[in-house]
Design a protein. Structure first.
Length: 283
């Protein structure tokens, strides 16, 4: 246990969501170590000279100890063996497993409080809630299409609860039970108006044309209307402030008539347009 008045100065971040939150709090100078995935999600880390370590799925005690952190922070996903490695270090450890937007806010508040920046944490949470509320307000009275969001393709897994909440805020109805497995046949029978794939670790490289054909979804309402999209993995699967960009991408896909001009760079890569440049989602 850390003394109540102790403020960590060297943090090992084992997931991009932690590093992004530290950036938003203005605390990247305290980053002693992060993962290679943090470099991709938070380019500001490049050049800081912090150690690169394995994440909370493949954590290595020797790597963490070599960075000499006084606090280790991690978030989902975890593996039991990796958690054992983290605990072996004997360094104070904060571990998060958010499921909802409220959990994300709570995790941000805890990180900010632990690092002695509670007010910055509150300001970040207020900003996130305000932006989400503004999108929700704009879709009042609009049609609410049924939206299938997929976190993984084999097996098919529905996106997490926080994605379901963002879909609702963007004016859609989330199909299925967040985080649970489903089948191609169940999705076919449900006939969603919009299909969105955001596979963990896949960036924006989900092969939309192939999965539509392989699953025999060519004649679905969504495919025939050209409303099958890929949204960049990090925008929906990393529980931090970048979920706001995920919301913009969802809003532009669900209600292009309301948000297409407001969020042009977040228009998702569509089925039938596999050659579109990836920068459409990189904002």
């Amino acid at each position: 246990m850390m003394p109540e008045d102790y403020i960590p100065r060297r943090v090992a971040s084992l997931q991009p969501s932690i590093t992004i939150t530290m950036r938003d709090l203005g605390l990247l100078d305290r980053l002693a170590a992060c993962t290679k995935y943090c470099l991709e999600a938070c380019p500001e880390v490049r050049g800081l000279g912090c150690a690169i370590v394995d994440d909370s799925w493949t954590a290595d005690a020797a790597e963490i100890l070599a960075a000499k952190p006084d606090l280790v922070i991690a978030s989902v996903p975890y593996r039991v063996e990796a958690l054992a490695e983290i605990m072996k270090c004997g360094i104070p450890f904060l571990g998060f497993a958010p499921k909802s937007l409220n959990d994300v806010y709570s995790d941000i508040a805890t990180i900010a409080r632990t690092l002695g920046e509670s007010e910055r944490g509150v300001a970040l949470i207020v900003r996130m809630k305000t932006e989400i509320a503004a999108v929700r307000e704009r879709v009042v009275g609009a049609a609410r299409p049924l939206v299938y969001c997929e976190e993984w393709g084999n097996p098919l897994i529905f996106s997490q609860k926080w994605v379901a909440e963002l879909v609702e805020a963007a004016g859609g109805r989330f199909l299925g039970e967040p985080g649970k497995q489903t089948t191609a046949e169940e999705i076919l029978a449900a006939e969603p108006d919009i299909m969105i794939a955001a596979w963990c670790g896949a960036g924006n490289r989900v092969p939309l044309e192939k999965i539509i054909t392989r699953r025999k979804w060519e004649h679905t309402k969504a495919a025939k209307a050209g409303r099958v999209y890929c949204i960049q993995d990090e925008l929906l699967n990393t529980p931090a402030s970048n979920l706001l960009d995920g919301l913009r991408a969802l809003a532009a896909a669900i209600h292009p008539e309301l948000f297409g001009e407001a969020f042009p760079k977040f228009r998702s890569r569509e089925v039938g347009k596999e050659s579109l440049p990836s920068e459409k989602l990189n904002g």
